[in-house]
Design a protein around this ligand. Sequence first.
Ligand SMILES: [Ca+2]
Ligand SMILES: [Ca+2]
Ligand SMILES: [Ca+2]
Length: 327
Amino acid sequence: MMTTNNQVFALSSIALLLAGCSLSSDLTVSESTSDYKGSANITQGLAKTVEENLFECATGRSRVAGIGEIADADGKVWTVPAQNHFTTAPKTVDLYEECAHITPESIADVDEDSVPVAVIDSDGEEITGYIFADNYFELYINGQLVAVDTVPFTPFNSSIVKFKVNKPYTLAVKVIDWEENLGLGTEDNRGKAFHPGDGGFIASFSDGTVTSSDWQAQTFYTAPIYDLSCLSEVDGKRLSENCTTEGTDNGTNAYAAHWETPSNWMAKDFDAVSWPQATEYSEDEIGVNNKKSYMNFIEKFSGAGASFIWSTNVVLDNEVLLRYEVK
Ligand SMILES: [Ca+2]
Ligand SMILES: [Ca+2]
Ligand SMILES: [Ca+2]
């Protein structure tokens, strides 16, 4: 009898401890979208998967890169993590891509002469670009889609592009921080089922152009958001600096903020005057020191004077459009 009572006591202590733990790690979630006053359209919960997986890695070491759709309260349907041209557009040439067994130790081991040249202007200067994105990019020059990343989510890869163009020309890049939990902005990582992953984009070009805060960056999809009152907008900036970036094991009720992308956002004459300047991030913040697809070519990235860029929140902003005019 005594033993049984002790066991019951021990069990209820454990139950109380567990309850205490989960209560302290639960995130505050807005009860309705009425908390939100900004310009975004808000969705809540998991999107419906419309494409199971865009990419299979022969070695099996890739996260599932799906596409989802989710409706907001007005019935407008949003594609997550973002609309893209992965299945239809020309792909970049890989600098480094494990799944394709392209793993040079350095740029000296890359056959740069074999990279095809995209012709924007037939009498233009031939320019080579080196690109690393966490996780996916689509590159436009003067409004023309030149090439897209070969790996949408993981493993981390890097790319080389060549094009002929006359100055001034406009670089426009869609970058996507991919997600496993479609519509929720999270992945299973760091011991949490709903961990918000981060983004990051860096590039240098042989004409001296590098990514920096001189580029413009605007966000079009921000998630996960639990407490909608954390979102704000100042001078064209769609800010989420007051929003938590904590992971959770209970993230299916997260909200997401969506803004419609202008149809001509990549055009040379698009008026991006209201877009904020890009925010620069350090290599440590992006966490690249264990990524050979970056480190093996570091002289073409930070070594060439380029900085990692993104919008103001490299964790929560998952679809970002970048623009830069090369003069
Ligand atoms: Ca990629
Ligand atoms: Ca990521
Ligand atoms: Ca993210």
